[in-house]
Write a protein that binds this ligand. Sequence first.
Ligand SMILES: *Cc1c(COP(=O)(O)O)cnc(C)c1O
Length: 351
Amino acid sequence: MKIKLAQTRKQKPDFNNLGFGKYFTDHMLVMYYSNGKWGEPEIVPYEELKLDPCTNILHYGQGIFEGVKAYKNDEGKINTFRLNDNLDRMNRSAARLCMPQFDTKVVFDAICELVKIEEDWIPTAKGTSLYIRPTMIANDKALGVHAAKNYIFFVILSPVGNYYAHGLTPTKIMIEEKYARSCIGGTGECKCMGNYAASILAGEIANQKGYDQVLWLDGNYMKYVEEVGSMNIFFVLNGVVVTPMLDGNILDGITRRSTIAVLKDAGYKVEERHIEIKELVDAYNNGTFDECFGTGTAAVISPVGVLHYNGVDMVINDNKMGKIAEYAYNTITGIQTGKIEDKFGWVIKIK
Ligand SMILES: *Cc1c(COP(=O)(O)O)cnc(C)c1O
């Protein structure tokens, strides 16, 4: 692998006030696809990509990405979490978007090397980490709508704090009743760029009304609960943990999988199935809607205090983080940072 180090280094931001995805490190990883094969990954100084205005990613959005985190503990040991699962998922997104498969082992090693080079950029305070963003874009200079023959794979790194400015205080979520994020046969289960572009309008309207995000219903019937668009969603109804099943419309979240595993391991009953919005409203009215929380790499576990549907603000667990959400948060972040023994084999030691 070629490595070209930056001549000058950026000034580091204030690690106590990072926000999410605002600062980027000194280097990035790039790998080009042409003539039917991937070139070697290279680590180069962080720099602008030069794209011809006719490049097809700019017009038709044939692009995918991933989100992973690396953590550094007080002794300087660096871990990442289930990176191999993210890279496998990226190849699945690539297949759906007619993009080429890449060698996950080559990219895995290259990302670990990049993280090692940028180790001074990894914050150590509670709730902080180095966010890793692998991305793949079409790179043909032509306006026809078809699978590109050239691609750019790149990885950028960003030291981050909490995804939500308000940290672990519960979020307010609006259940979206008009717009849809995905439907049967669509790209709901891919981390592809177009999904996010299509979700912005509903998110903006929700923000204007005082909500943090929207919870999507299925695009076919507007009846089944799906996910939050950057997080998968979990409910605790009468003591049972339930989460929408993987049906092709929602993302197969790594944090979702991890949450199911740690909760089952602790003896909780967890069901993956279709959940009708009516079931949630009934549970709320019966007093059996115990908890609601989202799961995702960026936010880890994010408690939901208010769910708005059909003109009603359903206030959940007195607008406080619930016991099960807290258990999942403490266990998963404990494993990620090396404070809790990883009996699942999820932690990848980088240094
Ligand atoms: C990334 C993402 C999630 C969370 O997945 P993780 O693998 O847990 O980070 C959930 N839903 C959507 C649509 C996403 O893009």
